[in-house]
Design a protein around this ligand. Structure first.
Ligand SMILES: *Cc1c(COP(=O)(O)O)cnc(C)c1O
Length: 883
């Protein structure tokens, strides 16, 4: 049973309304006095309005006509013969047509209402596939499935043709994608801005031994039907050059200029007409060719300049390992930020009003420090471009920007050498110096003589070379800073920016969330159906708090059985994928234990695999009778290691080495399997996560800012084994009541970590666990992999090297795993825990997160667009609407 959706749009979609919805009130088009000059104009406008006065029809025959129309007219293929990929392209284009309608109207509506907009700036957007998401959000999935069926195509196979756009590394990029979905669903006037990388995340393969191989993933090979190239929306972006004094101020001149070209993808909200825009910039030469080179007869030189410009948006950098010093990366940052700000200012200036009012119409969120140079660029645009004085410009800028911090690890804080900044962005360096001079003057007047404080708070770090600290710049130039989970925000205030906190800089917590649309409704239809039936509405999809309704049925045997059946089906689905991609047979009756995330030492996949080795050894020692009593396990890993991160790559190799030994041991059979699934990405996550019994979120305490896959896993009806870190802490707080154990917690707490590290390093604390010693001994004897891998792994496990405290937390981890096994044996109790956990995850919907940002940081209003509510007073000028 599907609960009733709220808007007539959905009734229409469900075929309950026969006529297509009117787009706007026809009477609104002819108000001659206001904007229409002549009778001829009025006539023309009336005609234009009537031509498309209704949205595209949503009945099956109409959809079939649209799909086949695209096959013939857009793809130029014959309708009698096109393959699944052709069907995907034509289907995507038919869906896109619909999105464009509501998107144009949404933007026009925002413009007419003159609303404040939020701009979410992120160097990464890990969107996942669009097709299913768009169909489900718009509510036309079943019509399209039926339409395709009718012309001989299977929706699942068609949807499977889509390539994941891998324009992000991991959690930070996926957060941006979940936020776009929530912003659209909650009707906030928002834009996403980023870079359209030609090459996103690499495609991961494994060689026969189990080493990671990186292949370039040219995701645009077969085109991207979701994007709209806007060759008319372009901005010049300057690099290098020098600063000239103009008498009144300064001007940045010379150097190289490239062109940023906009590529737009519509982002539909769920159960709303509102459709937002994700605008990604691509770099092109400012002039197609350098005429100077031509006249010198240097044809190849001229073309090379073009190639050089395009390099800027060519490849996504791995931000998961220290990657600093890449000039191209700083170029990317400035490139997308400058284009975005020029775009935002142009939109603001369509209305005639002073730029000091910018903060009433524009809020800009910096997703990590990557877009921080925007603070300086806006200063430059306001002062050098529009003649504002320093004070007015600075006050305006600080009211516009806010900054999200994603890490407290000092080595991960972004810095750029003053020399590079000066060379690449000379005017910006000048402005940074002035920001810093004024900032430090305030501090000095308050704390005369406190040089240490000045040094800590300075935007420029003294040393050889001098560095620009982007985090300090982001704090000084923003009105609000936020962390992404309660513990993390606490550390941001107390460890990272204590001096700023003491000065009253606003530091808030905005606990991350994930969208229940993609991560439950789409990824897990079986569970979605159960939730909707038991709580008698599907409104949980846009209000996950409603899932709490399950709690009252937790003891109902029917619910428990349905829940178990759905889980089993999801595990069978995953087992089939494992069989076909890894060639490993796993039993869906085993406990599925999953750790999928970037491979990083702090995330401690090494602790997991050491635990697997210990489990294997313990099973080997058991008698057959004893073995028969054990809970069988499938341990599943997935994740990419940054190409330059050698130790992370050793860990992948070790996991695969252990898998080879364990999976081929006849004594062990189904009792233990180890699987590494290659090329972890959003689409793979959607298949893996619903199949989890437990998932591992086992970072060294204090090192994971939030984590978001922990939320996805629990929403999909599994339990967590984890440390008291990031959002784990809040998930536990929400899901456990009086004495329940819904999270298998182990390990040191954040305040204990520093001391433990010191103690290990200086040999003051001997860690002794026979299982650990045995595992390390086996690794050292090259039982699982060759010395080139086992050497560095064993070395990292020496107490004085064990920065991530793998050995220190090992015993506690094994105890927690024992509790997992014991709990799992009582299936009824286990399922009850899982049901209660799902029911209590309302807080971790990104809808809750976005509401908090909107209310506490951006001050933007929900602005639902309904057809008929825009006037298009002058349709001829509508081309220039909000876009
Ligand atoms: C959710 C997600 C992540 C983040 O995972 P964490 O375990 O929180 O680090 C990374 N990659 C993809 C593809 C995701 O969907």
């Amino acid at each position: 049973m599907q609960g009733k959706r709220t808007r007539s749009f959905q009734d229409l979609a469900a075929g309950k309304v026969s006529a297509p919805e009117p787009r706007y009130s026809v009477t609104g088009h002819t108000t001659p006095q206001e904007s229409v000059n002549s009778e001829a104009d009025a006539k023309r406008n009336n005609l234009l309005a009537s031509l498309m006065s209704q949205y595209l029809a949503r009945d099956v025959p109409a959809i079939q006509r649209q799909i086949v129309g695209h096959v013939e007219y857009t793809l130029a293929r014959t309708r009698y013969n096109f393959d699944d990929f052709g069907a995907y392209q034509a289907t995507a284009l038919s869906v896109r047509d619909r999105l464009i309608e509501s998107w144009n109207d949404t933007q026009q509506f925002f413009t007419e209402r003159d609303v404040k907009r939020v701009y979410y700036l992120s160097l990464e957007f890990l969107m996942g596939r669009y097709l299913t998401n768009a169909l489900m959000n718009v509510g036309i999935n079943s019509q399209f499935a039926e339409a395709l069926q009718g012309i001989g195509y299977d929706m699942e196979r068609v949807a499977d043709q889509e390539r994941d756009p891998g324009l992000g590394n991991g959690g930070l990029g996926r957060l941006a994608a979940c936020f776009m979905d929530s912003l659209a669903t909650l009707n906030y006037p928002a834009w996403g801005y980023g870079i359209r990388y030609k090459y996103g995340m690499f495609f991961q393969k494994l060689d026969p031994e189990g080493h990671q191989l990186e292949m370039p993933d040219y995701w645009l090979t077969h085109g991207n039907p979701w994007e709209i190239e806007r060759l008319d929306v372009t901005y010049p972006i300057r690099f290098y050059g020098h600063v000239e004094s103009t008498g009144e101020g300064f001007k940045w001149v010379g150097g190289d200029v490239v062109r940023a070209v906009a590529y737009d993808s519509p982002i539909p909200g769920y159960d709303t007409y509102n459709t937002l825009n994700l605008r990604l910039w691509s770099a092109q030469p400012a002039k197609e060719f350098d005429l100077g080179s031509f006249s010198r007869g240097d044809y190849y030189g001229a073309v090379a300049t073009k190639e050089e410009s395009e390099k800027i948006s060519s490849v996504l950098y791995p931000n998961d390992s220290t990657d600093g010093g890449k000039e191209l990366r700083l170029k990317q940052q400035f490139f997308f930020v400058s284009a975005t700000l020029q775009d935002a200012l142009r939109r603001f200036l369509k209305h005639d009003r002073p730029l000091t009012e910018l903060p009433t119409k524009v809020a800009i969120q910096l997703n990590d420090t990557h877009p921080t140079i925007g603070i300086v660029e806006l200063m430059r645009l306001l002062m050098d471009g529009h003649g504002l004085g320093w004070t007015a410009a600075w006050e305006t800028v600080r009211k516009v920007f806010s900054y999200t911090n994603h890490t407290v690890l000092p080595e991960a804080l972004e810095k750029w050498s003053v020399g590079l900044m000066e060379k690449l962005l000379p005017r910006h360096m000048q402005i940074i110096y002035e920001i810093n001079r004024r900032h430090l003057a305030t501090i000095a007047s308050k704390y005369p003589g406190d040089g240490a404080k000045m040094q800590r708070m300075s935007i420029i770090e003294d040393g050889y070379p001098k560095m620009v600290r982007m985090a300090n710049l982001a704090v000084v130039g923003s009105h609000t800073v936020n962390g992404v989970a309660a513990i993390h925000s606490g550390l941001v205030a107390t460890r990272l920016f204590p001096d700023f906190a003491a000065e009253g800089y606003r530091i808030l917590n905005m606990t991350n969330g994930v969208t229940p649309r993609r991560w439950v409704q789409q990824a897990n239809p079986a569970l979605s159906d159960i939730i909707s039936r038991w709580i008698e509405t599907d409104e949980w999809v846009s209000n996950f708090e409603l899932a709490r309704g399950l709690e009252s049925y937790v003891n109902n045997a029917d619910l428990q059985r349905e829940f178990a059946d759905a889980k089993k089906a999801n595990k069978e689905r995953l087992a089939a994928v494992i069989k076909s991609t890894c060639g490993i047979e796993v039993s869906p009756d085993a406990l599925f234990d999953i750790q999928i995330k970037r491979i990083h030492e702090y995330k401690r996949q090494l602790l997991n695999i050491l635990g697997v080795i210990a489990r294997y050894n313990s099973l080997k020692r058991m008698s057959p009778e004893e073995r028969a009593k054990q809970v069988p396990r499938v341990v599943i890993f997935g994740g990419k290691a940054a190409a330059a991160y050698t130790q992370a790559k050793h860990i992948i190799r070790l996991i695969n080495g252990v898998g080879k030994v364990v999976n081929n041991d006849g004594d062990i059979g189904d009792l233990l399997k180890v699987v590494f699934m290659a090329n972890y990405c959003v689409s793979l996550a959607e298949v893996i996560i619903p199949a989890n019994d437990i998932s591992e979120h086992i970072s060294t305490a204090g090192m994971e800012a939030s984590g978001t896959s922990n939320m996805k896993f629990v929403m999909n009806g599994g339990l967590i084994i984890g440390t008291m870190d990031g959002a784990n802490i809040e998930i536990r707080e929400e899901t456990e009541k009086d004495g329940e154990e819904h999270m298998f917690v182990f390990g040191l707490l954040t305040p204990e970590v520093d001391g433990a590290r010191e103690a290990l390093k200086f040999g003051e604390q001997k860690v002794s666990d026979g299982r650990l010693e045995e595992a390390i001994k086996q690794i050292s004897s090259n039982m699982y992999c060759g010395p080139e891998t086992s050497g560095p792994i064993a070395s990292a496990l020496q107490p004085y090297n064990d920065y991530y405290l793998v050995t220190r937390d090992f015993s506690s981890y094994m105890d927690a795993q024992d509790r997992v096994d014991a709990s799992y044996k009582d299936q009824t109790e286990w399922i009850k825990k899982c049901i209660l956990s799902v029911a209590r995850m309302g807080k971790f919907s990104s809808d809750r997160t976005i509401r908090e940002y909107a209310e506490k940081i951006w001050d933007v209003e929900q602005t639902p667009f309904t057809p008929g509510s825009i006037s298009y007073k002058d349709p001829a000028s509508a081309k220039a609407n909000g876009k």
